[in-house]
Design a protein around this ligand. Structure first.
Ligand SMILES: *Cc1c(COP(=O)(O)O)cnc(C)c1O
Length: 458
């Protein structure tokens, strides 16, 4: 008999978690204004809010913490991190930052000017925020197929090359760079193929436009290239990563994702002049250039995490778990963005709560219902997150309305996946009774989803 699959690690330390009652959850959710970001973590049983900074570090990473060099300038920890980034991505200039958005803030402060246009395959919310805050425009050039959640395609995160060409053609001289996000988080953790990465870089370069790779989940993207794209099955993850970055000009990284650290990020660059320019913003915003926003020990753990999580077994364990949850949802007939993404399942709330009008935020409502059902905290990636058009101030109802079940790395077991799937099924089974959604009582002018206050209708 063929041996079944099992995790490529064993557990050395555990953290107790606690269940709650429906009565408790009703009270807590009302106190949180129906915004799960406002819940206390201890009010949550299984936390699927994000895979960002929530992974479990390995014993090797903890060992590296003890070797951290906390020197203000020129710490060994910086050089260890820099060497790893050079080795994996071929980026010769490295600035550590405290997380991914800080990398964006530093680099974009140098690169983005008012009125610029920055195309990308569905910019992440902070990326878009940093562009729009500088009065520049982020234009989405993701393939149209990404919007059809039921279409099963291997690389739904891809750039639509024709759309990109149009943006570059219409905005000649006004595009400081293009953002290529791997995997494409916003459309459901969907990967970008190697072929598409190369075509995107070639097209941008033919217009003299550099490519910045938003790299939070570069390793998961490489896993999908290995397992789905012709010609890569026999290549190692590290070889694939090196090839993904061959033509890129720079990268911003949220190390809280695929580097499996609790806090950290960096900018990697190939152009010396960008490094010199970004440096000027690093010092006032983040700190001196050899630590940016990080401790020596954290840079050590980050370097180690990059090395570990570019090994096939580690990635296979993770993506297998996400696929397992997807198979349970299939069993119960619950619609989600197909195929399952690398770090999360994105449930199609419009299809589940189809009686709720979009003005009442179906995905936000489903997030509330899942919490009430079992104390599971998911995250709305839909109309609330899409925010308002910066010019018209109208809600942006044009995209997908999804509930993201985000799986932290090396944290939960498949038994937890069973609980999540069962809770989702229970909500799904009573979907016809959920006819009203939520309404906004207060919202911030930018990135409202973190702090929005809602009331429950009906
Ligand atoms: C998380 C993320 C960021 C921002 O990184 P933080 O570490 O959360 O600041 C940027 N882009 C993508 C694709 C991300 O997933």
């Amino acid at each position: 008999m063929e041996l079944p699959f099992a995790e490529s690690w064993k557990i050395k330390m555990v953290e107790p978690i606690r269940r709650s009652t429906l009565e408790e959850r009703r009270k807590w959710l009302a106190e949180a204004h129906y915004n799960v970001f406002q819940l206390k973590a201890e009010q949550v049983y299984i936390d699927l809010l994000t895979d960002s900074g929530t992974g479990a570090m390995s014993d090797r990473q903890w060992a590296e913490m003890m070797l951290g060099d906390e020197s203000y300038a020129g710490a060994t920890s910086f050089y260890k991190l820099e060497a790893m980034i050079k080795r994996l991505f071929g980026m010769n200039y490295v600035i550590p930052t405290h997380q991914g958005r800080a990398a964006e803030n530093v680099l974009f402060s140098y690169l983005v000017k008012e009125g610029n246009v920055i195309p990308g395959n569905a910019h992440f919310d902070t990326t878009k925020g940093h562009i729009e805050a500088r009065k520049a425009k982020a234009i989405d050039v993701t393939v149209d197929e990404a919007r059809d959640t039921q279409l099963e395609l291997p690389f739904k995160g891809n750039v639509n090359i024709e759309k990109l060409r149009q943006v570059l053609e219409d905005n000649k001289g006004n595009v400081p760079f293009m953002v290529l996000t791997v995997t494409n988080n916003t459309v459901g953790g969907q990967p970008v193929s190697m072929e598409n990465i190369k075509a995107t870089c070639a097209l941008c370069h033919s217009y003299g436009v550099p490519v910045v790779m938003d790299s939070a989940r570069f390793a998961e993207n490489a896993y999908f290239i290995k397992t789905r794209e012709k010609g890569f099955a026999d290549r190692t993850i590290k070889e694939i990563v090196a090839e993904m970055y061959t033509d890129a000009d720079a990268m911003t990284m949220s190390a809280k994702k695929d580097a499996i650290v609790n806090m950290g990020g960096f900018i990697g660059m190939k152009r010396k002049e960008w490094y010199e320019g970004a440096k000027l913003f690093c010092i006032p915003f983040e700190g001196y250039v050899t630590y940016g926003g990080m401790n020596g020990r954290d840079m050590n753990a980050l370097a180690r995490g990059l090395d570990e999580n570019t090994e096939f077994d580690m990635l296979h364990t993770r993506i297998h778990q996400v696929a397992y949850l997807a198979s349970k949802l299939d069993e119960y007939g619950i619609p989600y963005q197909r195929p399952a993404g690398g770090h999360a399942i994105f449930v199609d709330a419009d299809k589940v709560l189809d009686r709720i009008p979009k003005e009442e935020f179906p995905a936000q409502t489903l997030t509330c219902e899942l919490y009430l059902e079992a104390g599971i905290r998911a995250c709305e990636i839909g109309y609330m997150l899409a925010d308002r058009d910066p010019v018209t101030r109208e809600n942006r109802f044009g995209g997908l309305d999804l509930v993201r079940l985000c799986i932290p790395r090396r944290v939960y077991t498949d038994n937890h996946m069973n609980v999540i799937a069962a809770a989702m099924k229970n909500v799904y089974d009573r979907r016809e009774t959920i006819t009203r959604g939520v309404a906004i009582e207060w919202e911030a002018p930018l990135m409202r989803h973190f702090t929005v206050q809602l009331k429950r209708l009906g």
